[in-house]
Design a protein around this ligand. Structure first.
Ligand code: ZN
Length: 104
């Protein structure tokens, strides 16, 4: 992968985005993978982004001292859940056969 590109968080995808378009350390999900993400997480992402924009708007108003720690934490937790969807924990070799054998 070229250094001026950042990869989609889905390791099986292979799509990239221009790094210059995003802050350093940013992660992306391409449009095709985004459509495969669980609808509940996508809905939550939109909800939190909407709240973030509203809070950011209020922060810019003079005299209001809003803190964004809570929304940061919620957005991070939701993003981690989305990342786990695309990077499930690797199962040890033979585990699926063992589970099949035990529960059949
Ligand atoms: Zn992708």
């Amino acid at each position: 992968m070229k250094p001026d590109r950042i990869p989609c968080i889905n390791p099986r995808c292979g799509r990239t985005a221009p790094a210059a378009k995003y802050p350093a350390g940013w992660e992306i999900v391409c449009h095709k993978c985004w459509k495969m993400a669980p609808p509940s997480l996508v809905k939550r992402h939109r909800q939190l982004s909407k709240r973030r924009r509203k809070i950011d708007r209020l922060i810019r108003m003079p005299g209001l001292g809003f803190r964004t720690n809570a929304i940061d934490r919620l957005q991070h937790a939701n993003w981690c859940a989305i990342r786990v969807c695309f990077n499930p924990v690797d199962r040890p070799e033979g585990l699926d056969a063992f589970i099949e054998e035990v529960f059949s």
